[in-house]
Design a protein around this ligand. Sequence first.
Ligand SMILES: Nc1ncnc2c1ncn2[C@@H]1O[C@H](COP(=O)(O)OP(=O)(O)OP(=O)(O)O)[C@@H](O)[C@H]1O
Length: 268
Amino acid sequence: MAQACTATAASAQRQPQRRRGISKKVLDRASLEVPRGSFHMLLGANGCGKSTLLRVLAGLFQPDVGQVHVDAPCGFVFQNPDHQVVMPTVAADVAFGLGRYQLAPAAVHAVVQHSLAQVRLAEYAERPTSSLSGGQKQRVAIAGALAECPQVLLLDELTTFLDYEDQENVLQCVRRIVDSSRRQQAQQVQQQAAAGAAGAGAAAATAGGQQVAHAAAEEAGVTALWVTHRLEELEYADSVSYMDGGRIAFSGSPAEMKAYMRRLGAPV
Ligand SMILES: Nc1ncnc2c1ncn2[C@@H]1O[C@H](COP(=O)(O)OP(=O)(O)OP(=O)(O)O)[C@@H](O)[C@H]1O
């Protein structure tokens, strides 16, 4: 399957502000592959380098060595929604990033409503952002990222500051976004195959349809890369990578990940 993001042997050091002159290796030849159209989790203990790798993928932080590829455009959502949701109303916040595109007000309104519908907050457009729960704010932040039609969502520990119900809501929200993007992609494949059938006769259309289906699988919609240290969030993922000491130590399915953790002696 094609990859939406890759980091190849990325190494990086960081220098704590209070300890100038002392730098610490945070990424140590980290290599990550995120399948296109998947909900991929990057799991690991606090401080192992997950957020740094996510920032490297987003272009917010440069590695010392290594190579990075990310399907553009990509959207980043931060751990603390109070750092990202800053406008007085929900609609204004989702529209914030659209300011650079010179869209007509009606087009902005349509994009905002569509993005809010994707996170199931369509009724909240005129609400003050100060009245939202943490989970609702995270979904508004996700809607703001979606408004710019990303192919990749880079999501940094979104559940850290949320209660259990909000954690579930945000996880389900991302799962739905990936699934509905896949369904839309599949529908486009069918429509294109049907158009091919109408134009080229049934036998040729079957082959043509297969080619289109293959091409669409290569461009399989929105990819979500979700950083977390919570093993219990794995049930929402299609695939997972485990980071340890600045390196990707394991990648596989959630079931394979649990088996790997059991071999390490973790209570899974
Ligand atoms: N801005 C920074 N300046 C200096 N050191 C930093 C900075 N940000 C992170 N670090 C250090 O880099 C290491 C990796 O941090 P990072 O945030 O990437 O890890 P993480 O796995 O995402 O952990 P957490 O879950 O705690 O956020 C930590 O030791 C941290 O102290």
